[in-house]
Design a protein. Sequence first.
Length: 243
Amino acid sequence: MSIPESTLNKVRALLAKAEDTSATEAEAAAFTAKASDLMAKYGIDRAMAADRQPANDTPMDKIVTIPNPRANVKAVLLFRVAEAMRCQTIRLPHRKGASDGTQRVHVFGYTSDVERAEIMYTSLLLQMMNGLAQVNRAPAGVSIKTYKRSWGLGFAHRVGDRIEAVEQQAAQAATPQAEGRSAALVLADRSRVVDSQFRREYPRVAHSRGTHNVAGFGAGAEAGDRADIGQTRVGANCRAIGA
């Protein structure tokens, strides 16, 4: 079962308004906060419903192709967003003879979580690319290419950390079911299922954040703090990149 069309339309409409460069800071914050609230509630509701009827939300996997420019940084953003939303990911090797820089990412997770991650990734990707477009200077001794890459990595990791915190808060706030298990137990079991699926496919995998320029990473992380993931509210001082 996919995200209901009514919910999907509401979320996409809100995110589109938040990403519109003509929106004021307060408007962007309000639109994104509402979209995030809808998405978080939907994720918990689907998980709890699937605990009662497992066929309604099953594990899946898909390969996402990420084109240039900045395919490497885009891939890291997808990693962090997907993993924060209870999925697992791995970057696949380049296909033989491929030289265009395109990245491929294999994503594992429950259907509802993969769908939610894709929607959030699309919105944050626009914010990140708008932010990178505004970076036109680098500290002395650092190439602009290196600085921009590090900026993007900082953004990706920070928004991933923030989304993970939001997901945890939503789970903790879930109302206990009159019958059945707690949200914590349900989500823990789902995580084990996804991890098992991932490990069967890739039994030997090591995660690494890689190398980066400290200044660029820090600047990107600060921008990640300002990105709209639904924690900002009307009147907040920080404005989303591209808003």
